[in-house]
Design a protein around this ligand. Sequence first.
Ligand code: GP9
Ligand code: MN
Length: 369
Amino acid sequence: MILVSMESTQNFAINQKINGEEITPFLNELIKDSFYFTNIYDQTAQGKTSDAEFMIDTGLYPLSSGSAFVRKPDNTYRSLPHLLKAQEDYYAAVFHGNDRTFWNRESMYESLGYDRYFSKRDYTVTEENSVNYGIKDIPFFDQTFTYLEEIPQPFYTRLITLTNHFPFLLEEHDQFIEEASTSEDVVNRYVTTVRYEDEAIKALFEKLKSNGMYQNTVVVLYGDHYGISEKYEQGVFELLGQEDTPVNHAKLQQVPLIIHVPGEKAKTIETIGGEIDIRATILHLLGIESKDTLSFGHSLFTRDGNHPVIFRDGDFITEKYIFQDNACYSNIGEKPVSDSRCEPYKEKVREELRRSDDIVYGDLLRFLE
Ligand code: GP9
Ligand code: MN
């Protein structure tokens, strides 16, 4: 299994054109042959990329301040690598072109059960093949591939992209589409770096096909968190022809989740969910039954739309309601509604965050077998 952490990739870019050109032509094609979850929300907090990794591996919520990777690296976790190893002898590795110490990954990955962490020192990084946060996604995947061919199978791996990171810098010769022309330069550049990332993912799939791994590898692609902060969102609204409303802002926090399973028919799944649900969805797909009540995700194949998607600040979204900045909105009529509609969910939301925090702060999973 390969997970691809798509840096700052928001769902609005999928199936979206700029000046008549698709921002993500490869992903748009891939969706026609994959599970595509259209209603998945970014639930990260201050730990950004690392919070997404944390939720996916552990099914626990990020912390309300700081990153669990930095603050709780010595805990016992029932992470996906540990569960997969217990089930079958999986090899677990992460690939990332930046420093080992970024987000304290080096120590956290040990607790999460990874066998190997390939970081900047394992890559040939030059001025020509780098931009912004480090090695560009195309040479990153290219060099990652030689390692992928060497590590034992079956494997559980995560490839962390970097090029589509704020402030979205890219030399002209790497730009596959023209910049957008909104009033926000950040948004104008963003479409070019998302387009570059898409090209890199296309090359990754071509390599998987040419070396025969494609037929027996599940690929999970997810946007790690928003790229365009509220400050620049006006540019996105211009691009999408939308008004700047609280409901539209809430929906912009959706990230793409695409799961390609060889031989499975494509399906677009509109079930509402969040990053916390990815772990349970992966376990479901692998047919691993988890009786685990100490994690908080639900398989997106069976998730109840009335169960809130919970954000770290206590806001939440269900298929019917959106609770944001102390106001309640209809998720169907997209208008403000009486607070009493959101009220019944609030205690559940507080309770779930409290239980997750108890586990992380108390290192409670060390008491499990
Ligand atoms: C760097 C990468 C980017 O290691 O994870 O960090 P972010 O700012 O997105 O968390
Ligand atoms: Mn990130």
